[in-house]
Design a protein around this ligand. Structure first.
Ligand SMILES: [Fe+2]
Ligand SMILES: [Fe+2]
Length: 379
């Protein structure tokens, strides 16, 4: 429970209520009152940044605080669903406590790689440290941290091994966009040029699918629990390719070199995750889920046996960047900074992660994303 203690310390330090904050604004005022910050130049208010971002900025520029707060919220959400994966399919230990594992789900994940449980555990721990660090940094600058506890309203899986607590995210009705697969294999297209990409697993975009067993009834038949593990395998890479893009996208608009250093140091860990997960997703066995018809195709067989789908092409193909006048280059994509935060929020929403969440949650996240997108370098 070391992590909970750590989290508890942050809350203690800020005097922030651990649950049921009455409202965002009163929560922010409390955070600021304790931190003793709040001298904001009137000139900054003319930049179009929402007023609450000004309240929250402490010793940081309002833009830097807004970007860090949005990232803290994203990392908190990531932690929430990675914990759900770890409880059932990872390694439950003192580093990542909670849950007791589901043997059949863990075995189905291990079909993708025998180290899946270790990787799930390590990714979960990384996400916990991301939001905990960013919140601690915000507090150190007299800025308000982000706490999403009031939005923990969604149910846990009923499968044996899952903790029975309220969640921020929903892993049981996902609509996973696997176009990242062809995006990173294309040598001629880039989403920053408006290009779109076909999904590797079209079926995952055509319904709502569990990525964890919803109950022990999901543990059979064999191809059903394998389809759930395959869905998780492709979802892991979807999430982490998003993190791979959001950090460089937002880094272009931070002001203070130390805040830039934070984004440049956390962002590439998301890329390390993505690289790992993309490799493992390529090992997902082709099958059809007998309960719902979801198809996982053989990506190395016709009509998929082209460079765009080949499963061992896990390093980015060089592609167009900035302008077609330049030679192709191996890059993260997209990295367009305009509207990046709202884009990330939309992608996660479309993914189904927030199915069942309250309008207040969406409003809260919308405000954080809008404030991050209003941030300007030097502003
Ligand atoms: Fe992260
Ligand atoms: Fe991540």
């Amino acid at each position: 429970m070391a992590q909970n203690t750590q989290k508890g310390k942050i809350m203690e330090h800020t005097g922030q209520p651990s649950q049921h904050a009455s409202s965002r604004r009163s929560f922010l005022r409390k955070g600021l009152a304790v931190a003793g910050a709040g001298t904001i130049s009137a000139g900054l208010l003319a930049t179009g940044v929402p007023a609450f971002a000004e309240e929250a900025s402490g010793g940081l520029t309002p833009g830097d605080a807004a970007i860090l707060r949005f990232l803290s919220a994203l990392e908190t959400l990531e932690t929430d669903f990675w914990q759900q994966y770890n409880e059932l399919g990872g390694i439950q230990d003192s580093e990542v406590p909670g849950g007791s594992g589901s043997a059949k789900y863990t075995a189905a994940l291990a079909v993708l790689d025998s180290d899946m449980a270790q990787y799930i555990h390590d990714n979960t721990e990384d996400e916990f440290t991301h939001f905990t660090f960013i919140n601690a940094y915000l507090v150190s600058k007299g800025a308000a941290p982000v706490n999403l506890d009031q939005f923990r309203t969604l149910p846990s899986s009923k499968a044996t091994g899952a903790q029975q607590i309220k969640r921020l995210t929903n892993l049981m009705q996902l609509t996973v966009d696997t176009s990242y697969w062809t995006k990173y294999r294309s040598r001629t297209k880039n989403p920053d040029f408006g290009d779109t990409f076909p999904p590797a697993v079209p079926g995952l975009l055509q319904g709502q699918f569990p990525a964890i067993p919803r109950s022990d009834a999901d543990l059979s038949p064999k191809d059903h629990i394998q389809a759930i593990a395959n869905t998780a395998g492709f979802h892991f890479a979807f999430i982490e390719q998003g993190g791979t893009s959001i950090y460089p996208s937002l880094a272009q608009r931070v002001t203070h070199p130390e805040v830039l250093r934070i984004l440049l140091s956390i962002g590439p860990t998301e890329t390390m995750h993505f690289q790992t997960w993309q490799d493992k997703a390529g090992n997902a066995p082709p099958l059809t889920d007998p309960t719902n018809g979801l198809v996982f195709p053989d990506l190395n067989a016709p009509p998929f046996d082209t460079q765009d789908f080949q499963t061992n092409l896990i390093m980015p193909e060089p592609t167009i960047f900035l302008s077609r006048k330049f030679p192709p280059v191996s890059i993260i994509r997209p990295t367009e900074t305009e509207g990046a935060a709202m884009g990330a929020l939309k992608a996660l929403t479309d993914d189904g992660l927030f199915r069942g969440q309250s309008p207040t949650f969406f409003a809260f996240m919308h405000d954080l994303a809008q404030a991050a997108d209003a941030a300007r370098h030097g502003g």
